[in-house]
Each structure stands twice: as C-alpha cells, then as structure tokens.
Design a protein around this ligand. Structure first.
Ligand SMILES: NC(=O)c1ccc[n+]([C@@H]2O[C@H](COP(=O)([O-])OP(=O)(O)OC[C@H]3O[C@@H](n4cnc5c(N)ncnc54)[C@H](O)[C@@H]3O)[C@@H](O)[C@H]2O)c1
Length: 239
C-alpha cells in the first residue's frame, strides 16, 4: 500500500483546502497550526484534525510531508523557507511574499530544496476564467495579442479584527503604494498567453485615499502580428 501523504495547515484560512484534500485518496490533513488557541480547538474538532500547534516551527518537527501556508502575507516567505529546509512541500496562499528581495530568497531555497512549491492562485480555477481559457485554447479569438485584467475587492472592513486589533491588511494592503495583490487578475489572464513571457506591466490603483483596494493591470507581451480585436469579458477580465 502506498504511503499516506500528511498535510499540515498553517492559518485558519487554509481550511478552505480541506474539501479538496479529503477528495484525494492517500492524503490526510494531520496537523493544524494557528496562534489563536480557540480557533485551533474548535476547527480541529470540526474537521477531525488530530494534532494542533500554536508555533509553526513546532509543526515542522512533526512527520508531515507538505504545508499549506495561509497565514498573513508577511509570514509566507519566512515560513516557506523554514518548511522547505525541513524537507516539506509547500502550497502557499497569495501573495508569495511582500518584497522582491524575499522572493529571490524563496526562489533560491525552492531550487535548492528539490521540493515542490505551489502558488495557490485560486482565481485561475474560477469557472468563468476557465471558460475564457478554454475559448482561447480552442482558437475562438485567433491569436491572442492583448489582455486586460481587473480585480476589485473592498477590504475596508478587514483593516481591524473584531477584537479591535489592527489587522496585517492595514499595513500590507492599504499601507503600501502600488499593486501588491496582482495575481488574482494576472494569474488567470496569463493562461491565455501560454509560452509567452511578460515584458512589462502597467498598473493602476485609482485613489490614494486608502479607502478601498482596487487594482487593475495591463500586460505587454512579445510583439505579435496584428489581428482584429475580438472582445470577451467576464468579472475578471476582458479580451
Ligand atoms: N486566495 C484567496 O482568495 C484569499 C482570500 C482571503 C485571504 N487570502 C490569503 O490568506 C492569508 C490569510 O488571510 P486571512 O484573511 O485569513 O488573514 P487573518 O488575519 O484573518 O487570519 C490569519 C490567521 O493566521 C494566524 N496566524 C498569524 N500569524 C501566524 C503564525 N505566525 N503562525 C501561525 N498562525 C498564524 C492568525 O491567528 C489567524 O487565525 C493571506 O495571505 C491572504 O492574502 C487569500
């Protein structure tokens, strides 16, 4: 009989993967890690997860094979590197990291580790995104040469936790200039340009008043012959 693959989840949001893991034979969610003890107790009971940890590094000492990282964004790279160095595979929530420097550290560690690192960009699996991707693959637009994408999410209510404490989003989302959450829009769209590499990205965040998170993007890919533009639109993007 083949070995069971044991998964450890870090951060309550990672429980959104439970249904998927439960559907795969030979996979068991064995551990849950979160700083919040109440969450640990209630969710481990609800999902029948046998082992719980408050401290991420303690979980890494267990015999899990892979880790789902669903803690706040600024924890992702340090936790991913620690997990890779402990020999675990990774499924990481968006975004992978919060600075370019740490993304290079991550890339180098993944390459050295020989382990699998998967970026959990769920928007690529939204039905309307999959539908446009299939239309592109079937050639319904001819050769695609242009794409726009947009992701709108008002996160004002998530700036402060119900207990009154400031949430990580306050600094890492509304506290930063630029688009730090681009892959919900770019990820699905890049599937329309298989084999291409991004040459430049333009980005627009419309107001500086820190009121709502709105990110739009455009892509410039390698030059392609001109064709008539045939638009296709969904909530997520337009061709
Ligand atoms: N893919 C999506 O559609 C989507 C949607 C929402 C959030 N997210 C991502 O999920 C991640 C978590 O977001 P959230 O909204 O659940 O945040 P949150 O702040 O509501 O929850 C974070 C959880 O992680 C725990 N935690 C914090 N630091 C920890 C640590 N060092 N070790 C263990 N546990 C720790 C907290 O106790 C909390 O339960 C973020 O990266 C966010 O970008 C993705």
């Amino acid at each position: 009989m083949s070995k069971t693959m044991k998964i450890g989840i870090a951060g309550g949001r990672g429980l959104s993967t439970m249904m998927g893991f439960n559907a795969i034979e030979g996979v068991e969610v064995a551990t849950l890690c979160d700083l919040d003890e109440e969450l640990l107790k209630s969710k481990s009971e609800q999902y029948h997860i046998p082992h719980t940890y408050r401290i991420f590094d303690d979980m890494l000492e267990s015999d899990i094979d892979a880790v789902v990282i669903a803690t706040p964004m600024q924890c992702h790279v340090p936790q991913a590197i620690a997990a890779l160095e402990a020999g675990k595979h990774i499924l990481s929530e968006v975004t992978a990291g919060v600075t370019m420097d740490e993304l290079w550290w991550l890339k180098e560690t993944v390459e050295k580790s020989g382990r699998t690192y998967m970026y959990a960009e769920n928007y690529a699996y939204m039905p309307f995104c999959q539908q446009v991707r299939e239309m592109v693959r079937k050639g319904l637009f001819g050769e695609v040469y242009y794409g726009e994408c947009e992701y709108l999410h008002n996160v004002r209510s998530l700036m402060v936790y119900p207990n009154g404490k400031t949430s990580w989003r306050s600094y890492w989302q509304l506290g930063k200039r630029g688009n730090f959450y681009p892959t919900h829009s770019l990820g699905p769209m890049m599937q329309w340009f298989e084999g291409e590499r991004i040459q430049s990205i333009s980005d627009h965040v419309p107001d500086g008043k820190r009121q709502a998170h709105k990110a739009e993007g455009g892509l410039h890919l390698s030059p392609a012959p001109q064709h008539d533009r045939i638009p296709a639109a969904g909530h997520q993007g337009m061709l």
